[in-house]
Design a protein. Structure first.
Length: 188
């Protein structure tokens, strides 16, 4: 099966979220971004489908990977890949009307994508929020060191050994003695 890669720039929701500046050490990742309520309502599993955050044309976008399962009059049915490489449940995608995909450098209507075609879906930053830069506060903590009281010595040591090996040794000696007695009797 020949798989074509499609660049599918998606604007999934009509409203966005304001995003503050984030330092390099707090760069957004799939684990620390916050999805808008509208994004979660449109696709409740969207957080599980985020593979990475990439820079496309100077803008941070979330990259997801999907496979077209079928095309219907109401829109395409797709399944998204999860970060562990497995495929999620098949669900109907709700792309905005007139959305185009870029296939081999040419714009193609989303409803013209074919079954089993794998695509990359990019969701723009206004539809998710990066973590806010942490506020660092200097706090002086003064603790008084108190030496803990020594623990009392145990009254008696625990008994962990048993007499079972001694009983087994005694039994083995009796078996050997019985064998010697039998051998001596059979000679006579």
């Amino acid at each position: 099966m020949h798989t074509k890669k499609v660049i599918f720039s998606a604007l999934l929701i009509a409203t966005g979220i304001g995003v503050g500046n984030v330092s390099a050490q707090d760069a957004p990742t799939c684990d620390n971004i916050t999805w808008s309520a509208e994004a979660l309502e449109t696709n409740p599993a969207i957080a599980d489908q985020c593979l990475e955050i990439v820079d496309r044309g100077g803008q941070n976008v979330v990259r997801m990977h999907a496979e077209i399962m079928s095309q219907t009059a109401t829109g395409p049915f797709v399944r998204y890949a999860t970060p562990d490489g497995k495929w999620g449940k098949v669900r109907r995608a709700n792309p905005p009307g007139g959305l185009k995909a870029i296939l081999d450098g040419k714009e193609v209507a989303v409803n013209k994508l074919v079954k089993r075609q794998e695509i990359n879906v990019y969701v723009a930053e206004p539809f998710w929020a990066a973590p806010a830069a942490p506020v660092v506060e200097a706090v002086a903590v003064v603790e008084e060191f108190v030496e803990p009281a020594p623990e009392p010595a145990p009254v008696a040591l625990p008994t962990t050994a048993s007499n079972l090996p001694l009983v087994a040794l005694f039994g083995a000696l009796l078996l050997m003695l019985g064998g010697v007695v039998r051998t001596v009797r059979n000679r006579d």
